[in-house]
Write a protein of this length. Structure first.
Length: 204
C-alpha cells in the first residue's frame, strides 16, 4: 500500500491503482479469511501529516490485517525517485554523490527527518500503526481528534512489543512467533559465546 494518497502514489511511486481497488482486494481477503500484512512507507516526497491520518483510518477498517509494517523510502543511485527526493530536499547533493560512489552502500534510506516536529509526528505514527489493531474506532477517533499520536513515540518499546505479541496471538500470526523464537535463539547463542569467552580468558 505504502501510502493512501493516490496522487502521491501515482506521481511519486508510479503506482496507478486506486484506493478503492486496494480496498476491494482487502475486502476479498477479509471475506475468504485470508490474513495479510500491509507496508506503509515514510519519507515520501510531499507526504503530509494528513496522509498518515487518512492511512490510520483506512487501515483500521481492515478486518483480516495481520500486521502493519512501517518502512522508510529507499533511494538507489540515478533513479527517478532519487532525483525527486533530491528536488524536495530529502536527499542532499552530497548524499546522492556518496551513494553513487559507494560511501553509503548501494542505497540511501530517507529516514533522517531534519524537522523535529515532523520527526516526532513520524515516530508517533510508527507506534500508532503497530498498535492499530488493538484500538477501537472510538479510541482511534479520540487519538486523531486530540492529535495524541504526536506523543506515541514516547511509549516504551517494551509496551509496543507486548502489544504486537497480543496482536499476533489474537490473529494466530505464526511467522511473528517464528521471529520471536529466532531472536531468542540468537540471544542465547550470544550469551553462551560471551560466557565461553570469559571462561577461557587468561587471568591476570
Amino acid at each position: 500500500m505504502q501510502s493512501v494518497n493516490e496522487e502521491l502514489r501515482r506521481n511519486i511511486l508510479n503506482r496507478r491503482e486506486s484506493n478503492e481497488q486496494n480496498a476491494r482486494a482487502f475486502r476479498l481477503c477479509d471475506a475468504y479469511g485470508l490474513r495479510y500484512d500491509i507496508d506503509h512507507m515514510f519519507g515520501l516526497p510531499e507526504e503530509s501529516e494528513t496522509d498518515h491520518v487518512m492511512a490510520a483510518r483506512f487501515y483500521h477498517g481492515l478486518r483480516r490485517m495481520n500486521r502493519l509494517k512501517c518502512h522508510n523510502l529507499t533511494c538507489f543511485p540515478r533513479t527517478r525517485i532519487a532525483t525527486i527526493s533530491q528536488q524536495h530536499g530529502l536527499l542532499s547533493e552530497r548524499d546522492a554523490q556518496n551513494m553513487e560512489e559507494g560511501r553509503t552502500g548501494d542505497f540511501f534510506h530517507v529516514d533522517e527527518i531534519r524537522n523535529p516536529e515532523q520527526q516526532r509526528i513520524k515516530a508517533g505514527f510508527v507506534v500508532l500503526f503497530k498498535m492499530l489493531p488493538l484500538l477501537s474506532k472510538q479510541g482511534l477517533d479520540r487519538i486523531i481528534t486530540r492529535k495524541s499520536y504526536r506523543w506515541f513515540g514516547k511509549i516504551p518499546s517494551s509496551l509496543v512489543v507486548l502489544s504486537q505479541i497480543a496482536i499476533a496471538a489474537r490473529s494466530g500470526d505464526y511467522r511473528f512467533f517464528l521471529y520471536m523464537r529466532y531472536y531468542a535463539l540468537r540471544i542465547r547463542r550470544w550469551m553462551a559465546s560471551r560466557s565461553k569467552a570469559r571462561s577461557v580468558a587468561p587471568k591476570t
